[in-house]
Design a protein around this ligand. Structure first.
Ligand SMILES: *[C@@H]1O[C@H](CO)[C@@H](O)[C@H](O)[C@H]1NC(C)=O
Ligand SMILES: *[C@@H]1O[C@H](CO)[C@@H](O)[C@H](O)[C@H]1NC(C)=O
Ligand SMILES: *[C@@H]1O[C@H](CO)[C@@H](O)[C@H](O)[C@H]1NC(C)=O
Length: 190
């Protein structure tokens, strides 16, 4: 009774140490295999914000967040290993209103159709990544009247193609765009 258990703190330390060395923990309910594909399967009650930072993953695959019906905001940042976001990665997340993708400098590919059927999406921000063209936003089908697309510090994007927003239905889009001279330009279409 009341016997001291010195092993316990040591055990806790040993369990926590690898996590400290690897960086931030992979949040529930996700799996974040090093150099592998992220997976955050739902449903998950009361999960409205998902913050994915300092993760060792390489790919955000199709249906990565499948079933996370309540999620409102997804933030992905500070991950140098991330290289690719596949088509349908963000698909059918009916409550999702904000996506932030920031400081992922090796993220070079965002496949067309990565953002699909996101009726509540209001704000998509892609900053300081390695992408070479504007992401395809024509399949978002947001019913939000003012949809904001923020594109900043993506040094490899130099121009906005004329047809970038062709096929968007009825949502109006405000593009916040930072050019080479660091000026923030604001475009509104249509
Ligand atoms: C979800 O949140 C509500 C309200 O905050 C709470 O009553 C409920 O127990 C939570 N459900 C779960 C599964 O955590
Ligand atoms: C959106 O989230 C609420 C809870 O915050 C949930 O009751 C509702 O079912 C979700 N909507 C959809 C379409 O899943
Ligand atoms: C946009 O168009 C779809 C059909 O294409 C319609 O269901 C939706 O209500 C429209 N949204 C707005 C904001 O007008």
């Amino acid at each position: 009774m009341g016997r001291p258990t010195p092993e316990l703190p040591l055990l806790a330390l040993l369990l926590l140490l690898p996590q400290a060395l690897r960086g931030a923990p992979c949040p529930e309910p996700c799996r974040c295999p090093p150099d592998g594909a992220l997976s955050c399967p739902g449903p998950r009650t009361n999960l409205s914000r998902l913050s994915l930072t300092y993760l060792p993953i390489k790919v955000i695959p199709s249906q990565a967040f499948r079933g996370l019906d309540e999620v409102v905001k997804i933030e992905i940042s500070q991950s140098d290993s991330l290289e690719k976001i596949e088509a349908n990665a963000f698909d059918n997340l009916l409550n999702l209103s904000e996506i932030l993708i920031q400081n992922t400098k090796n993220l070079v590919y965002i496949e067309p159709g990565a953002f699909t059927n996101l009726p509540r999406l209001k704000y998509l921000s892609i900053c300081n990544t390695g992408i070479r063209k504007l992401p395809d936003v024509t399949k978002i089908f947001s019913s939000e009247i003012n949809f904001i697309l923020e594109i900043c510090d993506n040094l490899h994007i130099t121009t906005i193609p004329g047809n970038a927003f062709q096929g968007m239905n009825n949502e109006s889009i405000t593009l916040l765009w930072q050019d080479r001279d660091e000026a923030i330009n604001k475009f509104k279409c249509p």
